[in-house]
Design a protein. Structure first.
Length: 412
């Protein structure tokens, strides 16, 4: 492909930015018209589910309306928004676009719009935009001059159409595979949810009386959670004292809880020490303590595999003889959706301690708890393995479009 001619985009295309919001006009006859924003433009496709409308004059609509085959390119912002491009194929009868989207209009007797769109979205195009973008921390953007200088690969129109046709067919196969893998991932999630429901006899096993509780299955009973486990909070030693941090005492925090969810925690990355514990309200809690995140990231659960402390963002239950810690952990996970609905707060949702103290648990005898936990773990392991396999497929499939485009538009 090194023998393909290369031309500056500005020499063969009409390039224009879109209409600016908040503009002033003296005209009174305005028309409501669909209006594309950066969020609507993805690489290779348009997301029209969130298209908004604006009021525009007939003159503005005529100036900025999109025509079949127009290439749309995003100016930038976050790095993933830099130079995203796709073709307009009259998905709506009438549409205009904002000023952060460039419209590239090419002569149809010389260029295939799909070929140019695919070229822009390839590694070849991305590398050019990234190299020439104006950059600040995490932000990158291109201007009309940079876009006009884009080195457009220009084989014959016949070759352009052939390459575009072949690539679109290949990408369609990739998309079909992606949908199949996504369906497998969703099926594994559904299987996990079904396992949870079956294990707890279709009961939401953690609830508060004021919100209503399901009927207990035969042989089970509702108990106040604090009657079978001691409720503890946590605390954070002063951050202004670095000598209280970096010791031997593991300290469970929101920073790590998503990764720890549903597991026994052996140690944490963030640690305090004896001085930090002694000079704060933090307490070292025993092995088997069930930790439930109650602020911001509400509803994640882990169990201490050894004595450690937690931040104040956790409710911690030290289980008594009647309660298997793993049974409580899985019960809290099963009830996660309903418990999150109990959180309140404008900025950070929180379940406050009085509410936590009112939690009730639907409980079978200790032997049955252990049997449920063992069966549940075995079944969840199968579902989780299926999810990992599906996710690995999705990750691999996600790389295929860029590989196909890189192969098509490689130089040298």
């Amino acid at each position: 492909m090194s023998d393909w001619p290369v031309v500056a985009l500005r020499d063969v295309a009409e390039i224009a930015a879109g209409i600016t919001l908040g503009r002033k006009t003296n005209e009174t006859e305005l028309v409501s018209v669909p209006y594309l924003r950066v969020a609507n433009v993805q690489d290779g496709c348009l997301n029209l589910s969130t298209v908004k409308t604006v009021e525009a004059t007939a003159r503005e609509i005529e100036k900025w309306r999109l025509r079949d085959g127009d290439l749309l390119l995003t100016e930038g912002g976050d790095l993933d928004k830099l130079g995203r491009g796709t073709c307009w194929r009259e998905q709506l009868p009438l549409c205009i676009h904002q000023n952060h989207i460039f419209r590239v209009r090419l002569p149809v007797d010389r260029y295939d719009p799909d070929f140019v769109s695919l070229q822009v979205g390839s590694g070849y195009g991305k590398a050019y935009f990234l190299a020439h973008a104006k950059k600040t921390t995490g932000i990158a953007s291109i201007n009309q001059q940079v876009l006009g200088n884009f080195p457009l690969l220009s084989p014959s129109l016949e070759d352009q159409r052939r390459i575009a046709r072949e690539l679109k067919a290949q990408l369609a196969v990739v998309e079909e595979a992606r949908r199949a893998a996504q369906a497998q991932a969703e099926e594994s999630d559904a299987l996990r949810a079904a396992i949870d429901r079956q294990s707890f006899r279709d009961v939401v096993p953690v609830a508060v009386p004021a919100e209503g509780m399901d009927d207990a299955p035969e042989g089970w009973r509702w108990v106040k959670l604090t009657d079978v486990a001691r409720l503890e909070s946590g605390h954070t030693p002063s951050r202004s004292r670095p000598d209280w941090w970096g010791g031997e005492v593991s300290w469970v925090s929101l920073t790590e809880i998503r990764a720890l969810d549903g597991t026994w925690v052996e140690s944490t990355e963030i640690r305090t020490n004896e001085a930090g514990i002694a000079n704060s309200s933090a307490r070292i809690l025993p092995r088997g303590t069930v930790c439930f995140s109650r602020t911001a990231s509400v509803g994640f659960v882990t169990i201490m595999a050894r004595p450690m402390a937690t931040s104040q963002d956790f409710a911690n239950w030290v289980c008594g003889d009647e309660l298997d810690p793993e049974f409580l952990m899985y019960a809290l996970i099963r009830a996660r959706k309903e418990l999150r609905a109990l959180a309140t707060g404008a900025t950070h949702k929180t379940i406050y301690m009085p509410m936590l103290a009112s939690f009730h648990l639907c409980l079978p005898d200790r032997t049955t708890q252990g049997a449920i936990v063992q069966a549940l773990k075995a079944q969840l392991a199968v579902a989780d393995e299926a999810k990992r396999a599906a996710q690995a497929q999705l990750d691999e499939i996600a790389q295929l479009p860029s590989r196909l485009l890189a192969q098509a538009f490689a130089l040298g």
